[in-house]
Design a protein around this ligand. Structure first.
Ligand code: PMP
Length: 420
């Protein structure tokens, strides 16, 4: 389907979201940067937060703050209850079997580092192989490189096609008897490609190889069912899905957590400690050493509930309509090259403009109140694959409108005029 037909078919499936009502929940959308209405098209970097999340954070510090798991007093018990309620909400959001499969981290990066460290220590030896892809965020490359340096293992990367899809044939042929883990992104932050994760997991599992998915760009946008996908690990960040910064999730299926050695040592992750020897708590406590960002975890529940109430399917339909329209309009501008044109993309539009550096595009748009991102998006191997050091990237979420797509296009016309 060409881009115009894509836009038509997305429009036909009318977005079911009441976007004006949603926008009213996000106080920051009312600010006027440089005297212009804010057009926020950088949600792939971090999402804005609804009043419900901000209120939950304020309520926590005004009425509920205490340290968890350590006290018998009212506030300690209340904070522990609220913290555990978010764990249950996360379990439900993922359709995980047990709350013991859910560990709170700071962010996606920490979740992946945890697996690279603990799984690596237990299961990866010199000569073993870890498979990633060329479209990974640096946070799903560098932790594995550090593991390879420590252990003598080897990192292999699945190539990416010209449209920005994983080459699944090459993926299969990279899997061998020494492959210990496959670590791939679910949705690409630079291209918007949604990878066929169920198929990927089935291919890897048929060879007995576990799979970690980087869900940083999936959890905000897709209805996730970890039991249907079957992945062994899934890492994502609260701040990209309407939640506060400082909270992330690492899901591990079944007894994986109990098979891994601790990541960090400290309070709350032990069973008994003597100077001679420590025994460790079971998951999830084993992987939550020290005082976590309790307030953010508690407020994260409000983000999950907001997404559930709004409906991930409706959000996805809305984003598809926006990105299809943006693709059609931006793709038709002279000198524009779209980077990442996979069918069924998530709400990300990456592009370059002949004769204009992406940073200049972003700077000129910013003067009109339009926030996009320019750079390598922490995916330098992918930028090299597409022969560009950087792209301009607009990313869409539930609070964006067709008017904002039009504002982006009008802004890009002005960029062209400046560089004519
Ligand atoms: N993976 C992907 C695909 C991402 O888009 C991001 C954030 N840009 C990350 C990992 C890292 O997320 P965080 O910085 O929240 O750890």
């Amino acid at each position: 389907m060409n881009t115009v037909a894509m836009a038509d078919s997305a429009r036909a499936a009318a977005p079911a979201l009441d976007v004006e009502r949603i926008r009213a929940d996000f106080p920051i959308l009312q600010i006027r940067p440089r005297g212009r209405p804010l057009v926020y098209l950088d949600s792939a970097a971090t999402s804005q937060k609804p009043r419900q999340v901000i209120d939950a954070l304020r309520r926590y510090y005004e009425e509920e703050n205490g340290n968890i798991h350590r006290g018998v007093h009212y506030l300690s018990e209340l904070a522990t209850l609220r913290y555990d309620e978010t764990r249950e909400a996360t379990r439900r959001f993922l359709n995980a079997e047990s709350v013991n499969e859910v560990v709170f981290t700071r962010n996606t990066t920490e979740g992946i580092n945890l697996v690279a460290s603990s799984f690596g220590q237990a299961f990866v030896r010199a000569g073993d192989e870890i498979v990633v892809s060329l479209m990974e965020h640096h946070s799903n490359i560098v932790p594995w490189q550090l593991l390879c340096e420590r252990s003598g293992a080897v990192l292999r990367a699945v190539p990416v096609t010209d449209t920005g899809e994983l080459d699944l044939g090459a993926f299969e042929s990279l899997l061998g008897p020494r492959t210990r883990l496959v670590a791939l992104t679910w949705v690409s932050n630079s291209l918007g490609t949604v990878n066929p994760v169920e198929r990927i997991v089935a291919i890897a599992h048929a060879r007995g190889i576990p799979v970690l998915l980087d869900g940083a760009q999936a959890a905000p946008h897709l209805a996730i069912d970890v039991r249907a996908v079957g992945c062994d690990f899934l890492a994502f960040s609260g701040h990209k899905m309407l939640g506060p910064t400082g909270v992330g999730v690492l899901y591990a299926r079944g007894d994986w957590f109990d098979r891994l050695p601790p990541y960090q040592g400290g309070g709350d992750m032990i069973d008994t400690v003597t100077i001679e020897k420590t025994t460790y708590a079971k998951a999830p406590s084993r992987f939550e050493a020290g005082t976590p960002d309790i307030g953010s975890v508690v407020a994260f529940r409000a983000a999950i509930e907001y997404l559930e109430r709004t409906g991930l399917d409706a959000i996805q339909r809305h984003e598809h309509a926006l990105v299809a329209e943006a693709t059609a309009q931006v793709g038709a501008l002279p000198g524009v090259r779209l980077v990442g044109t996979a069918p069924g993309k998530a709400g990300v539009l990456s592009f370059t403009m002949e004769g204009v550096h992406p940073h200049d595009i972003a700077t000129i748009l910013d003067q009109h109140g339009i926030a996009i991102r320019a750079g390598h998006h922490c995916t330098q191997p992918l930028m090299q694959r597409f022969g560009c050091g950087a792209t301009a990237r607009a990313s869409f979420y539930l609070y964006n409108t067709m008017d904002e797509v039009n504002a982006l296009v009008a802004g890009l016309h002005r960029v062209r005029e400046v560089f004519a």
